[in-house]
Every structure is written in structure tokens, then in C-alpha cells.
Design a protein around this ligand. Structure first.
Ligand SMILES: Nc1ncnc2c1ncn2[C@@H]1O[C@H](COP(=O)(O)OP(=O)(O)OP(=O)(O)O)[C@@H](O)[C@H]1O
Length: 439
């Protein structure tokens, strides 16, 4: 599916309009208290804060125990059955690695393009799971960098055995089913898997430039500027839009977070980790997916899903809202070492935004210039919509992408006009200097 359409006409973009007043957010600051209390942004942000706080009360006092932790609790199904079925992965389909239908038991039998790998192939690719090739460790297990026989670099994800014994079986099948269906530039590509005895291994595209979280932490040396952050946010929005509008049946990712966004050498984003993904319920027929297990990562979880166990695409939209706040502030969704009122980043950011104090929450690594302030205000405004307590008030993922296109356009125009005036100013002062030197 291509998402190369132009932004829709209702995307607000008036280049330079926010030059003096960086974003509509700031109009909140200048208004009176009574005006403020009627302001839709203020009303929306108050309900965001209330909803988040009420669904997250334990973390206010003991956030350290949940920071970044995966949530995967068992809950009773309230009504209806879970929709876990979908198009099976056994179905033949073609990919750039070829067509695959059958499973093969040995390297010799395996046709190029089969999604089933043998242990011989995986051992060869990872030099027998050499510790020197280990690149990560996650909830699922250990991740190795490998190379297939044809030279393709791959990431090999080997499940923890203990996990598999307990409940990984379903999750593994879920990841395979989902991965085998999707193909989009902004999603980590699935090459194949192995399921043999108590081994569960997934082979996916290797994405070489670390995670978004690592880059926000400056672990790779270079600060991600606002332009790069906007491009990444748009890539992620495209990936999730693709999943949500997937032919036949929408797919809900369920674990959108900065450590699941991998970056290429050119800073294009690829969304990874489909371990929790679910096929969404058939919304046309009015059915909703009722989850038997609430899954996701603390800090990113939709409070309405936590309360009702009803899973829809809008839970991903909520997590995307948290991600947007993370991208402009540089802070993790939960910061246990900070003073209480700053521990939950979205609550802190939304409060500041509502008070017209948004510029103070900009990632201190970014310059406080007009273009960054403009993007900050508009991104926070979008984040606020994504974080709406009730899913019907959240934008669709497609709409988020469209709004981000508009923000990027405005940002670029303001950035280049500032750049031009700066360079003409330095040219002018350069020629004055030259004239002075000639005199
Ligand atoms: N496709 C990939 N290409 C390159 N590196 C990867 C890839 N997949 C994972 N990694 C690396 O391995 C690490 C662990 O990934 P994994 O998806 O198993 O866990 P996680 O998302 O960090 O944590 P959790 O499973 O708890 O959500 C990542 O942080 C990343 O550094």
C-alpha cells in the first residue's frame, strides 16, 4: 500500500504564521483563566491528565517498578471470544524472497524463499549463536546479528526457553502469522522462522543503526534534530497506518514504543516487534476485540484498554501519542528518578503545554529556535488528540500521518526562511566588513 498521497487540504499550514507566536499552543498562555478553562486544548488536556492519572495511580508512587516493563497480565474475557484467527501463515504468498508454501526439513530440501529455516542454516548464519554476534536482549529472548548464505544480513531472535514453556507458544504463532502477512518499507521485514523442539527463532531484516530510544539518549553520538524526528514520526505513522488499513483485516501492533523503532543508516524508521500484534476485530460488524490478556509496555498503554480490555486500533494511536511526547521532550514515558510531578512524562508535558509553557519541555538537546518551537507546539497538539481518554476522540493513524505531513511542511518552510535570512544577514555583515576593510 502506498501512502504517498499529498496532505489533505484541511491540514493547517500557514508558513511564517507562527513565527512570532510559535504555535497555537501558545495562545493558551495569553488567554485569561476563564477563556483558558473554555479552550478546547485546555479541556482536552485536563481530561488526558485525569484519565491517565486514574488509570496509572500505582506508578505515581512507585514508578520504578514499572518503568519500561512489559505488561502481560491475564484477565477474564468480559464478553465474546478473542479474535485470534486470521489468515494463516501457511498460505502461499510471494515476497521478494520468493514464493513459499511448504515446510522443509533440511537445508537441501529447503527452497529459496521458504519461510521455514533449519537449525543448520541459523547456526551457520550466527556462527552457532556466537556471543560476539549478540546485539540485544528483549522480553522475547536474545537477538543475534547474522548473515544468510546469500549474504543478506539478518537479525535472529531466539526465544527464551522458559518463556516458551509458559506462554510463548501462542505469542510466537501470533508474531509469525502477523509478520508473514505484512510488507512495508517502514516495517521490519520478516524472512522466516524455526520451530523445532523447544527452539523458537524468528529471522528478520537487520536494521543497522540502533533504536530510536538510543538516538534520543545520544548513544550514537549525533543529536537527532527536529527534521529527523519529524521524518521518523511520519515513517512510524505510515507503518501503523499500513497495519490498521491492511487489506482484509486491520492489524493492531500493541507495543508501539521507542525501543521498537529501529533506524537505518539514513535515519529512516522501521517498526519492529510484532510479538503482541493482533488482528483487529471486524469493526464493520460492530464487533470489538475483547482481550483476555492486557499486553504492552508500561507508560505506553491505553488507559481505556486497561480499563475495558477492549482492543482497537486506537490503542496504537494512544501509544503513538506517548511516543510523540517522548520524541519532542527526549524523556522516557516514565522517569522514576524525577520529582513526583515530572515522573509521568505525558502528564508533565500536557500540563506545561496547557499553561502555555511548552517551550520549557523541548528536549534540551535541541535548539530553541522558531522552527523547533513551531514543530513542538504542533506535535504536542497532535499528541493531545492521540492521548484522548476515549478512543472515539482520538485521530485515526492515517489522520495523524496527514497532520504530521503538514507540520513537516510548515517546519521546513520556517526553517529555510530563517536560514535564508540568517545567511543574507551574515552576507550583509560580511560585505559591510569588506567595505570597511577597503576604506
Ligand atoms: N531487526 C533488528 N535489527 C537490528 N537490531 C535489532 C533488531 N531487532 C532487535 N534488535 C536489537 O535487539 C534489541 C532487543 O530487541 P527485542 O525486540 O528482542 O526487545 P526489545 O523490543 O528491546 O524489548 P522487549 O522485547 O522487552 O519489548 C533491540 O533493542 C535492538 O537493539
Amino acid at each position: 500500500m502506498s501512502l504517498s498521497r499529498r496532505p489533505s487540504s484541511d491540514v493547517r499550514s500557514t508558513p511564517g504564521r507562527f513565527c512570532k507566536t510559535p504555535a497555537s499552543a501558545y495562545s493558551v498562555a495569553s488567554s485569561s483563566v476563564s477563556e483558558r478553562s473554555r479552550n478546547p486544548v485546555v479541556i482536552a488536556s485536563r481530561s488526558v491528565i485525569r484519565a491517565f492519572a486514574s488509570c496509572f495511580t500505582p506508578s505515581q508512587t512507585d514508578t520504578s517498578s514499572v518503568m519500561g516493563s512489559k505488561i502481560s497480565g491475564n484477565f477474564m474475557t468480559q464478553h465474546g471470544s478473542s479474535h485470534t484467527s486470521g489468515r494463516g501463515s501457511e498460505r502461499g504468498r510471494s515476497s521478494s524472497r520468493g514464493s513459499y508454501v511448504h515446510s522443509y526439513n533440511s537445508t537441501q530440501d529447503r527452497e529459496p524463499g521458504s519461510i521455514k529455516f533449519t537449525m543448520e542454516e541459523i547456526s551457520a548464519a550466527t556462527r552457532n549463536f556466537s556471543p560476539s554476534l549478540k546485539i540485544g536482549q528483549g522480553g522475547f529472548g536474545t537477538v543475534y546479528k547474522g548473515r544468510l548464505e546469500d549474504g543478506t544480513p539478518v537479525a535472529v531472535k531466539r526465544a527464551k526457553r522458559t518463556l516458551y514453556e509458559k506462554h510463548l507458544g501462542v505469542e510466537f504463532q501470533s508474531e509469525i502469522r502477523t509478520l508473514a502477512q505484512v510488507e512495508h518499507f517502514n516495517l521490519v521485514r520478516f524472512y522466516g522462522y524455526l520451530e523445532q523442539g523447544d527452539e523458537r527463532i524468528v529471522v528478520v531484516e537487520y536494521v543497522p543503526n540502533g533504536t530510536l530510544r538510543e538516538h534520543l539518549d545520544c548513544m550514537h553520538g549525533k543529536i537527532l534534530d527536529m527534521a529527523a524526528r519529524l521524518d521518523i514520526a511520519i515513517d512510524v505513522a505510515h507503518a501503523i497506518t499500513y497495519l490498521h488499513t491492511y487489506t482484509d483485516h486491520p492489524i493492531i501492533h500493541r507495543d508501539i514504543k521507542s525501543s521498537n523503532i529501529l533506524l537505518t543508516d539514513t535515519f529512516r524508521a522501521k517498526v519492529a516487534d510484532f510479538g503482541f500484534a493482533r488482528l483487529a476485530a471486524d469493526t464493520d460488524s460492530g464487533a470489538t476485540h475483547v482481550s483476555t490478556q492486557v499486553k504492552g509496555t508500561a507508560g505506553y498503554l491505553d488507559p481505556e484498554y486497561l480499563r475495558t480490555y477492549q482492543l482497537t486500533e486506537k490503542s496504537d494511536v494512544y501509544s503513538f501519542g506517548v511516543l510523540l511526547v517522548e520524541m519532542v521532550t527526549g524523556r522516557r514515558p516514565i522517569e522514576p528518578k524525577r520529582e513526583l510531578k515530572e515522573r509521568i512524562t505525558t502528564i508533565w508535558a500536557v500540563k506545561k503545554f496547557t499553561k502555555g509553557d511548552a517551550t520549557t519541555i523541548l528536549d534540551p538537546r535541541l535548539e530553541r529556535d522558531a522552527a523547533n518551537n513551531l514543530a513542538l507546539g504542533k506535535i504536542l497538539e497532535l499528541a493531545l488528540q492521540c492521548l484522548a481518554p476515549h478512543r472515539q476522540n482520538r485521530s485515526s493513524m492515517r489522520r495523524c500521518a496527514e497532520i504530521l505531513w503538514g507540520i513537516r511542511k510548515d517546519y521546513r518552510e520556517l526553517f529555510s526562511s530563517n536560514f535564508q535570512s540568517l545567511s543574507s544577514h551574515s552576507q550583509r555583515s560580511g560585505s559591510v566588513k569588506q567595505e570597511e576593510e577597503y576604506q
